[in-house]
Structure formats: C-alpha cells, structure tokens
Design a protein around this ligand. Structure first.
Ligand SMILES: [Fe+2]
Ligand SMILES: [Fe+2]
Length: 176
C-alpha cells in the first residue's frame, strides 16, 4: 500500500474536511448568521460528501459487511445518508431565503452526521481493513482514487479544502 493511500484513510480525510465545514456550521448556529456562507458550504456537502463520498462508501465499503454482525449498523448508516441529503436540501432552501429555520436544520444535520462519521471512523473503516485482504484493499483504494481524480482533478481535495478555507478566513476562524 506504499504507493497508494488506503481508501479508509482517504475517506477519513474527507470526514476531516466535513468536520471543518461542521465547525463553521457551529459558528453559524451560534451567531444565527452567515446565510451566504452556509449556501457555499452546502454546495461542497452536496457535491463532495453526499454525491461522492457517501456513494463510494455504499458502493465499495459497505458491501464487505454483508453477512457480518454489522449489517444493522450499515443499514442505519445508509438511512443517515438519505437523511443527510434531505437535511441539506432544506438547509439550501432556507439559507437562500434567509430563513432562521435553517439553524434548526443545521443543528439536526450536525447531530446526525457527528454520530454517523464517528461510527464510520471507529467501527466501519477499522473493521473493513480486517474483512478484506490486501489485494482487495489496494483494488478499491485505486478505484476510489481514480474516480476522485476523474471527478475533481489531481488536486481535487486541495481545491475543495481551499473553498472551505476561504469561508473560514471570511469568518475569522481560519487556523492552519
Ligand atoms: Fe457515511
Ligand atoms: Fe463517511
């Protein structure tokens, strides 16, 4: 695996990016402000987290758990992916309308997604490494990496992180 980052690490890095978005979301809820910045962040959540990251999990990681004792957890995680899409749709509409209901929607998203990503980081990704052999991990890691390059370009992650950093700087909470 020395030449390619394991898919599990890649997905955890993506959780890191989402965590930075969620820290900005926390600030927006606390201040009950920054509707425009919320809209910018939802574009990344929708495109990168919901339409890419979650799809990779459902297509390449979750199937490895079929027949394991984690099937119920995987079912819950898939349900949460759907809930995430619904909440983000509400957040977009409400933020665009400067509707204060957006802060309740963001709070629900934060509560759900923190639980979600914590279970993936501490259970799913760790167990996945035990469920598949090195060849399969390598195959899936390469596949996800190629799909990410195809969709976002070679420096896709940096480009997306850069968009989050712009918002962090705008709100005065950039550290790095
Ligand atoms: Fe997930
Ligand atoms: Fe995830």
């Amino acid at each position: 695996m020395e030449d390619i980052k394991p898919a599990t690490e890649d997905l955890m890095n993506e959780h890191g990016l989402l965590n930075r978005i969620m820290i900005v979301y926390d600030l927006c809820v606390e201040k009950r402000a920054h509707f425009a910045e919320v809209v910018v962040l939802t574009e990344i959540v929708k495109d990168f987290i919901e339409n890419f990251h979650e799809k990779m999990e459902e297509t390449y990681i979750f199937p490895a758990f079929k027949g394991s004792k984690y099937e119920e957890l995987i079912e819950l995680l898939i349900k949460q992916h759907r809930a995430s899409a619904d909440l983000t749709s509400s957040i977009v509409t409400q933020a665009k309308n400067n509707d204060a209901a957006v802060f309740d929607s963001i709070t629900s998203f934060l509560k759900m997604y923190r639980l979600h990503s914590s279970r993936e980081d501490t259970i799913v990704f760790r167990k996945y490494r035990k469920l598949v052999d090195t060849a399969e991990l390598r195959r899936v890691s390469k596949l996800i990496d190629d799909l990410e390059d195809e969709r976002y370009g070679k420096n896709g992650f940096d480009m997306l992180l850069g968009r989050v950093i712009v918002v962090e700087q705008l709100l005065g909470i950039y550290i790095g």
